[in-house]
Ligand binder design. Sequence first.
Ligand SMILES: [Zn+2]
Length: 197
Amino acid sequence: MHRVRRRLGLLAPRGWTGAALAVSLFAAAAPGIAAPDLELAWYDPDAIVDTELEAVAGEVAAIFGDLGKRVALARGSGLEAPGAKLLRVIVVKEPVAAWNLGPDVMGVTPRKGGGKSVYLIVPALREVLGGAPEEGEMALALARVLAHEVVHAVAPEHPHAAHGLMGARYQRRLLVKKRFRVDPACAAAFIDGLDAL
Ligand SMILES: [Zn+2]
């Protein structure tokens, strides 16, 4: 515990003390403030995405809310509470060469070596979405690809499906369709995986 607190202290703004940090973490975990079932910390170091994050967060919350789970997406601060069920979402221009992916891959969840991170390859997603998307379509598309990768990260044994959220390939039609449902097998795998996280 002490080690973790000290490490976090290095990331804290000037003037913060370990004690102040411990107090704020304690407050965040206090009864009455229900923690989400899973936190997604968004990192976009090159500012590739100019879509309102709230719109992406809303659709992600809706997809997993249908399964009775609260999944909260917010900008990562580097100060996420230790012990939280947390995945980092990292927005990148292109996949790491060593992943050896095709040019149309929009999201990646490394099985090994990636820590608890999923990657969104936004230029590929824009390509699938096509030129001049309508208002709100980019947020929907980002949310669907993100939700797909989150299921991979939480339930790594769950295979791709023929269609729906866990379909291996997405076309524009699927990225922007109005209502997006999760099939029961995928839902069960996700809920089990989340419990075990
Ligand atoms: Zn996949």
